[in-house]
Design a protein around this ligand. Structure first.
Ligand code: GLV
Ligand code: GLV
Length: 323
């Protein structure tokens, strides 16, 4: 069977796939062009894709033998899952393994933004550090502050566990209430507007869907405290970036930390890049050596199960095989 892998992923995963089938890998540093993928798709049985690949219906139609798409990510907004299900193509993803790693990084962004770590580093390296200063680079306390979690899935809940260690008051909003987690972690469920109005830190943990596209826009920033900090480790388009720029520029909110942008990479002339109160890093929340390796073996397991006609260990659309 033939499989196409759209980027070099950790060797452990590639080895597993190579043992099972005939593998071709795109070895470029940048994503392969869509047209090239269309061409490659013609005779493949399986595809191991990245979140940087657009996997849409025309691509699936160009791949008559395709039975499994294994996404090397927990998010799968890059794949038209409905189209895959209609064609009996099973889709797999990598949930769970990256939860704690992303939660760690969310706290890193939260702490770095609250306490101006990156600004401090730039200050020192620019030779500006003359003396200890009573009011030099004052930030905001994390302990005792209110954290608002937008989305309480696996990652949101893991961030809550960490935030408890920092003695934060934790609010959350989600489409479903999690009373078990409320009891376990002392979380307070609120409506979205209350969460925005009361939180010192608002952290986004929702998948990107039609409903969450531009979930954070002008009106939502308008409800936040002028001292509030926004953290986004979900997907760029969950935030209306133009509205974020205006909110940060005008002081409507204090600062933001973005692991994800829209588009990715962010355009070099994006006005957000001119702001000192916006920390932007290149979509790296799951980027630990251990986690990226586990994601590779998990994606390989999903792929191989799909090639065997089985439901993968971590399916997105198990109903595809029931059809
Ligand atoms: C990363 O953003 C992922 O979805 O795995
Ligand atoms: C700070 O370093 C202090 O000693 O207060």
């Amino acid at each position: 069977m033939k499989v196409y892998v759209t980027r070099l992923i950790p060797e452990e995963g590639l080895d597993m796939v190579r043992r099972y089938c005939d593998v071709e890998v795109w070895e470029g540093e940048l994503p392969l062009p869509y047209e090239v993928l269309l061409e490659k798709a013609r005779d493949i049985d399986g595809l191991l894709s990245l979140l940087t690949d657009r996997i849409d219906a025309p691509l699936m139609d160009a791949a008559p033998k395709l039975r499994v798409i294994s996404n090397y990510a927990v998010g799968y907004d890059n794949i038209d899952v409905t189209a895959a299900t209609q064609r009996g193509i099973i889709v797999g993803h990598t949930p769970g393994v990256l939860t704690e790693t992303v939660a760690d990084f969310t706290m890193a962004l939260l702490l770095a933004t609250a306490r101006r770590v990156v600004e401090g580093e730039r200050f020192v390296k620019a030779g500006k550090w003359k003396t200890w200063g009573p009011t030099l680079l004052l930030g905001r306390d994390v302990h005792g502050a209110t954290l608002g979690l937008v989305g309480l899935g696996r990652i949101g809940a893991s961030v809550a566990r960490r935030a408890r260690g920092f003695a934060m008051r934790i609010l959350y909003h989600d489409i479903a209430r999690r009373e078990d987690l409320e009891r376990e972690l002392g979380l307070i469920y609120t409506d979205f507007e209350t969460l925005l109005g009361e939180s010192d830190f608002v952290s986004l943990h929702v998948p990107l869907t039609e409903d969450t596209h531009h979930l954070m826009s002008k009106d939502q920033f308008g409800l936040m405290k002028p001292t509030a900090i926004l953290i986004n480790t979900s997907r760029g388009p969950v935030v209306d970036q133009q509205a974020l720029y205006e909110a940060l520029k005008s002081g409507r909110i204090a600062s933001a930390a973005m692991d994800v942008t829209d588009p990715e990479p962010i355009a070099p002339d994006d006005p957000l890049l001119s702001l000192d109160n916006c920390l932007i890093v290149p979509h790296m929340a799951s980027a630990s050596i251990a986690t990226r390796t586990k994601m590779a073996t998990m994606a390989a397991e999903n792929l191989i199960a799909g090639l065997r006609g089985e439901i993968p260990p971590h399916p997105v659309n198990p109903e595809a095989l029931r059809r």
